[in-house]
Design a protein around this ligand. Structure first.
Ligand SMILES: Nc1ncnc2c1ncn2[C@@H]1O[C@H](COP(=O)(O)OP(=O)(O)OP(=O)(O)O)[C@@H](O)[C@H]1O
Ligand SMILES: [Mg+2]
Length: 247
């Protein structure tokens, strides 16, 4: 099953993608977390820390510099440009490199191609770049579910509206779920639900998420019972995740 996470910049995509990946990993799912942002930070929300997250980017850039060989297969990419995170999650960077070798699968690959080609028994959770770019280029069968993250602000809701419209028009087969993030009141939730004319899934504003961010840690490692983490756990229930679950 492939789940993409989209929304406006700063809406909470990485926080929610990383937390969801960790929680599904804990439930025994084989999770591949795909960082499709050009400024990859998913490693931090997954709990490998900012230094290791930077290191992963350096490995990817090493292809540009010629220190690291190209990887012609998807398995090779996941191996070389990936790293294990806690709870059995495998993190992979999909970021492009500068000097693309035409025809080389590892450096010509785009996040949307990767998402299409990553088939298997695992759950893929892709943290997309802000806005609609990746989604507008997404081929058929790129994803099964789309989480549209929005804060209760007019600008964030507007981006979510465009993302939802694009998904509905181009990918009617995809399950679209709106996540109202950083909600502090019913007024916040209603603003999003009314603005998008959709049911929304609420993730509350949570101090421990801010604490985690300050310390470069994963929200689940700071407090796995915090309101936001509990809400993401409920989101995982709601998603009806289909994948192999190891015993
Ligand atoms: N539920 C929440 N409660 C409190 N703070 C939150 C919550 N969700 C996200 N944040 C904070 O909001 C900020 C943005 O979150 P995050 O980096 O996940 O957003 P993003 O959509 O991935 O951003 P970008 O577009 O830059 O990649 C971070 O400082 C994060 O700690
Ligand atoms: Mg992000």
């Amino acid at each position: 099953m492939k789940i993409a996470v989209a929304g406006k910049g700063g809406s909470g995509k990485t926080t929610i993608a990383g937390t969801l990946a960790r929680l599904l990993g804990r439930r025994g799912h084989d999770v591949l977390a795909l960082d499709a942002d050009t400024n990859p930070m998913l490693g931090v929300s997954l709990g490998i820390g900012p230094e290791e997250t930077d290191l992963l980017m350096a490995v990817r850039q090493g292809v540009d510099a010629g220190h690291i060989g190209h990887e012609p297969t998807l398995e090779g990419m996941v191996d070389t440009f990936g790293r294990d995170a806690p709870d059995g999650v495998r993190l992979v960077l999909a970021s492009r490199i500068e000097k693309v070798d035409p025809g080389c699968p590892c450096c010509g690959v785009s996040p949307e191609q990767l998402l299409r080609d990553l088939e298997g028994d695992n759950v893929v959770i892709a943290d997309l770049e802000a806005g609609v770019g990746t989604l507008s280029r997404m081929p058929e069968n790129g994803v099964d579910a789309l989480l549209v993250i929005t804060e209760p602000t007019v600008k964030s809701i507007e981006v979510a509206r465009v993302v939802c419209a694009l998904a509905t028009e181009r990918h009617p087969e995809v399950e679209v779920l709106v996540v109202a993030n950083r909600v502090t009141s019913d007024t916040d939730r209603d603003a999003i639900a009314k603005g998008l004319d959709r049911d929304v899934f609420v993730v509350p504003e949570d101090e421990s998420v801010a604490d985690a961010d300050r310390d470069g840690a994963a929200p689940v490692d700071v407090d796995d019972g915090s309101p936001a983490v509990a809400a993401v756990a409920a989101l995982a229930d709601r998603l009806d995740v289909r994948s192999k679950v190891s015993a």
